[in-house]
Design a protein around this ligand. Structure first.
Ligand SMILES: *[C@@H]1O[C@H](CO)[C@@H](O)[C@H](O)[C@H]1NC(C)=O
Ligand SMILES: *[C@@H]1O[C@H](CO)[C@@H](O)[C@H](O)[C@H]1NC(C)=O
Ligand SMILES: *[C@@H]1O[C@H](CO)[C@@H](O)[C@H](O)[C@H]1NC(C)=O
Ligand SMILES: *[C@@H]1O[C@H](CO)[C@@H](O)[C@H](O)[C@H]1NC(C)=O
Ligand SMILES: *[C@@H]1O[C@H](CO)[C@@H](O)[C@H](O)[C@H]1NC(C)=O
Ligand SMILES: *[C@@H]1O[C@H](CO)[C@@H](O)[C@H](O)[C@H]1NC(C)=O
Length: 784
């Protein structure tokens, strides 16, 4: 009985249902539209049942949904891999036809072979909430007017061939929850307005050609899926709200570190940041995020020490650490017996005992080499880098820092050509290889230098982004000159300070490690009288991450060369005698530092007056000390493959008296400082030197006649004599007879002292940086 009642009720319900459906029979005009659509789509198989008699609102599978006799949803999903509609297809007529269904809220047109640009007319379907045009052949731009579809919640344009930029107006679609433009040919910067889409839950921009920075996404508080895979985004890790479940940044050029915020993504299930340029510490706590099941950080330069007892989430089934700079031991929780878990870690420096790990030194060096630190970490870590630099092993080489102005470069090269070159480099003999003892000593040198006692910021790594910003993308207006090894640019950093940036284009096949000894040395060459290196930046080839360009960043010395203050024809204002002595003293102190301030010293620096720059306080700074990285020898070695063996680089002749080569060059500079005439060739040196030598035994007046007429009336006779004497001694043929740099300095200081106390000098004594000393002591020292 009860069963009967039940059946009757069911029957009743069925009849009711039928009557409701019949009430939704479409008007014939709408039926016409649907049949026209079938025609325009070239009769796709999926619509083969459609005809005049079809009850469209009740088809199976569901294609049309009706509400109160109008069509609100249209779902047409063609065969997978459907080909492009024939040439007589017109997207315009198709969209025109669609637009006669103004109540459409949901439109799915998948795999139908639609092609052509999406017509603006599309937006006349103003009720649209969900649009899914996956796997068609749309091309051209996404029409900016799409932003007028104010009810749009879901926009899926996946697997088409849209090009151009993502229109900014998309950011004004405030209801948008899903935006998917995966696998198109879109490019350019992502519109900033994307960050305003508060309701966005899914953002998939993968497989396009988007570039530049990811805008600030911190306002995307509801975002659950962020997929930026396979673009060319150069950006820091995009921070989003903490509802995020899936972050895929794979295959881009993301840099900087993983932000701390990631460690609070409690719903994060999948994190794939592989094949980017992330640097800095890998936060081990990611392994134990409560939801994490998939973690791929492969192919970055993440550092940090893993420890055996680090915890990990039980559900974590995939971990790829491959090709990073991790050290320490694999957490044992990853090695647990669970057969299902995949853990890959080759190409790190882990203590696993298998041979696909690098030695620890590799990771340490490479970690130093990666140029990029998260901005917020920079201050903190810069000093760590320095510390690490001084600890890190390796062999020290030298580098020639080319001069800082175009003029200087030109002069330098011209003169090198004009002058009979002195033999500067000979092959190193075995006994002079750089022992670990020397390297150990090297780290105790001049604490002050490391810690910015020069008023310089600590040596640090720069990001390419930062240098691009500083030079307005290496704009020609910032170009200062070009030497044989690359270009020099002037840049302005965010803090307003100017820097000189030398850009070295490098041959392939060199990892950062290859350059580390040189970088290490460069970072130590900081002194009041050297144009000091502020930092460096590596740029890598994308495919094999060998170094493509090396940028060396130096302090910018704005006031021209020493020559331009002494003997250039268009000289601005000539230095006074006291200022000349001070400048010469500065150069000598710079040389002294190169010889003794670092271990091993840098000798044979081939310093010219045009390599001495003058800053705003008239402090002389040597800009062209020997950085072997830039020298010709290095250039040759860079071509040869065996160059990866750093030991080959050390070609400095450490024979006896090598320091005296610099003394000779200093003598040449003094000649010019004294005479006020440019001295460019060996024969000019000989001629002026001869005159000076002859004057030593003559009287004050004839000596002063050899001094630059611009200053000869304001210099003390004794100081002139001292300067001439030391100059001539520096230029002695026999290197052994030339004075030591200390001797030179004492003489210069004596000359400054007597000049200072000479009342005839109209200049005030403050132009001399030398603090007063007891002249009796000085005399005693000098007239030995
Ligand atoms: C396109 O051409 C095919 C034949 O090649 C024809 O069957 C179809 O009706 C045409 N479609 C339109 C929209 O004219
Ligand atoms: C869009 O269409 C594709 C292909 O049929 C489907 O996989 C996807 O789930 C659709 N998305 C939405 C939101 O309808
Ligand atoms: C990307 O879209 C094109 C059509 O533009 C399609 O041929 C290709 O298979 C798609 N690739 C993927 C990986 O889906
Ligand atoms: C996409 O469009 C570009 C030009 O806009 C074209 O060169 C390319 O072949 C198209 N790709 C596909 C898969 O249709
Ligand atoms: C991506 O853009 C770069 C320049 O922005 C261009 O050189 C490259 O050909 C583009 N690649 C594709 C697949 O469109
Ligand atoms: C792990 O990462 C490496 C390096 O990127 C890659 O070659 C390898 O295919 C990855 N393994 C898996 C299973 O994804």
């Amino acid at each position: 009985m009860a069963k009967h009642v039940c059946q009757i009720v069911l029957l009743f319900l069925f009849v009711m249902f039928l009557s409701v459906s019949t009430a939704e029979h479409l008007e014939s005009s709408q039926v016409q539209i649907l049949l026209k659509i079938k025609h325009l789509l070239n009769f796709p198989p999926v619509l083969k049942t459609w005809n005049h008699n079809t009850d469209f609102c009740n088809t199976e599978p569901l294609t049309v949904v009706c509400f109160e006799q109008s069509i609100t949803q249209l779902h047409i999903v063609g065969d997978n891999g459907a080909s492009r509609l024939p040439d007589n297809f017109s997207i315009d007529s198709f969209v025109n036809t669609l637009s006669k269904l103004p109540s459409l809220k949901v439109l799915t047109l998948v795999s139908l072979g639609l092609w052509g640009p999406l017509p603006s007319k599309f937006t006349s379907l103003s009720s649209l909430e969900i649009v899914n045009l996956t796997s068609n052949f749309f091309e051209g731009n996404i029409p900016p007017i799409i932003s007028s579809l104010e009810h749009l919640q879901t926009l899926i344009l996946e697997n088409n061939n849209f090009t151009g930029i993502l229109p900014d107006g998309i950011g004004s679609l405030s209801a948008l929850a899903v935006l998917n433009v995966k696998n198109n040919s879109l490019y350019g910067n992502l519109p900033r307005s994307l960050g305003d889409l508060e309701n966005l839950r899914v953002l998939v921009l993968s497989n396009n050609n988007f570039s530049g920075e990811v805008p600030d996404f911190s306002g995307l508080t509801n975002l659950q899926v962020l997929d930026l895979e396979n673009n060319v985004l150069e950006s820091r890790f995009p921070v989003v709200g903490d509802k995020i479940e899936r972050v895929v940044l794979r295959n881009n050029k993301f840099t900087f570190g993983i932000p701390e915020k990631v460690q609070s993504y409690y719903q994060l299930k999948l994190l794939d940041i592989s094949s980017n340029r992330f640097v800095g510490p890998f936060p081990v706590s990611l392994l134990s995020l409560p939801s994490i099941i998939y973690l791929d950080i492969a192919g970055n330069k993440l550092t940090g020490m893993l420890s055996e007892n680090a915890p990990c989430n039980d559900e974590l089934y995939f971990v790829n650490f491959t090709a990073n700079l991790l050290t320490g031991k694999l957490p044992s929780c990853l090695m647990s017996d669970s057969k299902k878990r995949v853990v890959l870690y080759a190409g790190n420096c882990l203590e696993t005992g298998d041979e696909n790990q690098q030695p620890i030194s590799f990771c340490k060096n490479a970690a130093l080499a990666v140029g990029i630190l998260p901005r917020s970490y920079k201050q903190k870590q810069a000093s760590k880098v320095i510390l690490a630099l001084s600890i890190c092993g390796g062999v020290i080489g030298g580098i020639v820092l080319l001069s800082v102005t175009f003029l200087v470069v030109k002069n330098f090269l011209a003169k090198r050509a004009a002058q009979k070159p002195l033999t500067r480099y000979t092959a190193e003999n075995a006994s002079t290889s750089y022992t670990s003892k020397i390297l150990k000593d090297a780290r105790y040198i001049t604490q002050a230098m490391k810690l910015g006692a020069l008023g310089l910021p600590a040596y640090r790594t720069f990001s390419l982004e930062e240098l691009e910003e500083a030079t307005n993308n290496f704009d020609t207006s910032t170009f200062m000159g070009e030497g044989s090894h690359g270009q020099m640019y002037r840049g302005r950093l965010r803090d307003g300070s100017y820097v000189a940036i030398r850009c070295l284009k490098l041959k392939r096949n060199h990892s950062t490690q290859y350059f580390m000894p040189h970088i290490e040395l460069t970072s130590k060459l900081r002194h009041h009288h050297l144009v000091s290196a502020l930092g460096h930046c590596f740029e890598y080839y994308l495919d094999d991450s060998s170094v493509s360009r090396l940028f060396l960043v130096f302090e910018y010395v704005p006031n021209g060369t020493l020559r331009s203050w002494i003997s250039e024809r268009r000289v601005r204002r000539k230095l006074t005698w006291a200022q000349r002595i001070a400048a010469a003293t500065g150069v000598a102190k710079g040389i002294q530092f190169l010889h003794t301030g670092i271990v091993p010293g840098l000798f044979a620096n081939n310093i010219k007056i045009t390599d001495v720059l003058v800053d705003q306080n008239l402090v002389a700074k040597i800009s062209s000390y020997k950085l072997l990285l830039l020298s010709d020898n290095m250039g040759k070695l860079l071509d040869a493959n065996e160059a990866s063996d750093v030991k080959h680089i050390h070609l400095i002749n450490r024979a006896k008296h090598q320091d005296k080569l610099d003394i000779y060059d200093f003598g040449v500079i003094l000649l010019e400082v004294i005479s006020g005439k440019p001295v460019n060739s060996r024969s000019e040196v000989e001629a002026v030197k001869y005159k000076l030598q002859a004057s030593i035994t003559a009287d004050d007046a004839s000596r002063k006649n050899l001094v630059d007429p611009a200053v000869k009336n304001s210099c003390s006779g004794e100081s002139v004599k001292t300067m001439i004497e030391i100059c001539c001694r520096c230029l002695l043929e026999d290197p052994a007879e030339r004075p030591s740099i200390e001797d030179v300095l004492w003489n210069l200081q004596f000359a400054a002292q007597v000049q200072d106390s000479w009342r005839g000098d109209s200049q005030s004594s403050e132009t001399s940086p030398i603090s007063p000393m007891k002249s009796s002591h000085l005399k005693l020292t000098i007239r030995q």
